[in-house]
Design a protein around this ligand. Structure first.
Ligand code: DCP
Ligand code: MG
Length: 412
């Protein structure tokens, strides 16, 4: 039996700020407005103490906020005043003038995003990234993933994320992604909600149509005109009627969605498309006058890409180069081989041939080597060509690369 979880962090951007300023816990706080200047000022004024000791009454309030812009998110205490995402700052200030306003710190948000996701992946490996604060997790094969409909594993994940980051999240566990996504909202914040197929009628049908991930404001408006307001209202229509009104694909999808049917898999992180190494020189180099130096750098780049590929277990078929000239123009060339490789000599030969197709009269400030069309090394047949053909990366070969000698041409 498939069990899929949807996990969504609680008041994410605001919660990240509360980690920095724990003295604000329990207070209405909104995230929005201008740059970090707001609390830069605060930090400078209280440079003599840790930020957690800055007095609460020193923080800027919504009532004093001047300027436009919208709220990105709000803590749950602020939401009690009706303040929330996408609301204008001025309107929010009327609803909750005493709320503290802080700007978003994207670097910090991304750091916590990576961190909570890696906690999840250690417990349950099949994770689909859905942006900065949400993921789908396939519980089906994970030990404990079926116990109490997934509640046991959900609790473990919540606890582990909290211990690692101090952040809370909400989790919905259901037979599929569609229902799990709705379920994660049921007990926010810091909640878990378990939905079984048999619960669709009781728990899903009463919800407004917009709660289906895939029904946007336009479809909602059209559904309302047709007097359909809840998901149950949609489920009560025949598939044919929905197809007549919303088109073949969308109408049929809507019917399935209303009945809680969804067999999309949880898609784990996509494979890398390419790997590359590049370097900007300390001083601009010329292909002829600095031939030896450039040749050595070029060889080193090829060797390092090859090492990256091997370390991560990939082979590639398209070898490319990138040059940036002293006037910042950029040139790229590539070549696709008829076999996969992770061999430094093969990569260097192919890259060397690409090099002959670019203008080398002008000084260079950057050189890069890229291997694309990647495949997992164990997923493609081992190819004979590369093993015997790879020449040693001896120093005497390197000057050739920037001059297009016969040797370099023949080698490829
Ligand atoms: N966000 C944004 N712009 C929006 C909505 C959200 O930049 N219009 C950001 C801020 C949120 C984060 O994305 O903190 C996650 O969005 P959510 O919709 O999950 O909202 P929260 O995590 O803030 O709150 P909730 O507890 O409802 O999930
Ligand atoms: Mg969230």
């Amino acid at each position: 039996m498939r069990r899929i979880a949807h996990l969504d962090m609680d008041a994410f951007f605001a919660s990240v700020e509360l980690l920095r300023y724990p003295q604000l816990k329990g207070l209405p706080v909104v995230i929005g407005g201008g740059r970090r200047s707001v609390d830069d000022l605060l930090l400078r004024r209280f440079a003599d103490r840790p930020v957690s000791q800055i007095p609460v009454d020193a923080f800027p309030l919504l009532r004093d906020y001047v300027g436009r812009g919208v709220i990105t998110t709000a803590t749950y205490p602020a939401r009690q005043f009706g303040v929330g995402s996408a609301m204008g700052m001025m309107k929010a200030a009327r609803l909750c003038p005493q709320a503290i306003v802080l700007p978003v710190d994207f670097d910090e948000v991304r750091r916590y995003s990576r961190s909570f996701k890696s906690v999840i992946r250690e417990i349950a490996p099949v994770v689909e990234d859905r942006g900065v604060d949400e993921v789908y997790i396939d519980f089906t094969e994970v030990p404990g993933g079926q116990r109490e409909g997934g509640r046991v594993l959900a609790r473990l994940i919540q606890k582990s994320i909290f211990e690692a980051t101090g952040l809370t999240c909400s989790i919905g566990v259901a037979p599929n992604k569609l229902i799990a996504k709705m379920a994660s909202e049921f007990n926010k914040p810091n909640g878990i909600s378990i939905v079984h197929e048999a619960d669709v009628q009781a728990k899903i049908w009463p919800l407004p149509v917009r709660k289906i991930n895939g029904i946007g404001p336009k479809s909602e408006e059209k559904l309302h005109k047709l007097h359909l307001h809840t998901i149950g209202d949609i489920a009560a229509q025949s598939r044919e009627w929905l197809v007549d009104n919303f088109g073949q694909a969308y109408g049929a999808w809507m019917h399935d969605a209303a009945w809680g049917r969804d067999d999309r898999p949880v898609v784990t992180e996509s494979e890398p498309v390419s790997m590359s190494r590049e370097t900007t020189f300390d001083r601009d180099l010329h292909a002829v006058r600095d031939r030896a130096e450039l040749g050595a750098i070029f060889t080193d780049l090829c060797t390092r890409v090859a090492e990256d590929l091997r370390r991560k277990g990939y082979v590639g078929r398209t070898i490319g180069i990138k040059l940036r000239y002293d006037d910042f123009r950029t040139a790229t060339r590539d070549q696709t081989l008829d076999h996969y490789t992770a061999d430094p000599g093969t990569i260097r030969r192919a890259a060397g041939q690409c090099l002959k197709r670019v203008d080398l009269d002008q000084r260079l400030r950057l050189l890069g080597v890229r291997v694309g069309k990647l495949a997992k090394a164990d997923a493609v047949p081992a190819t004979a060509p590369e093993a015997p053909a790879a020449p040693p990366l001896a120093a005497e070969h390197t000057p050739d690369l920037f001059h297009g000698t016969q040797a370099a041409r023949d080698a490829g």
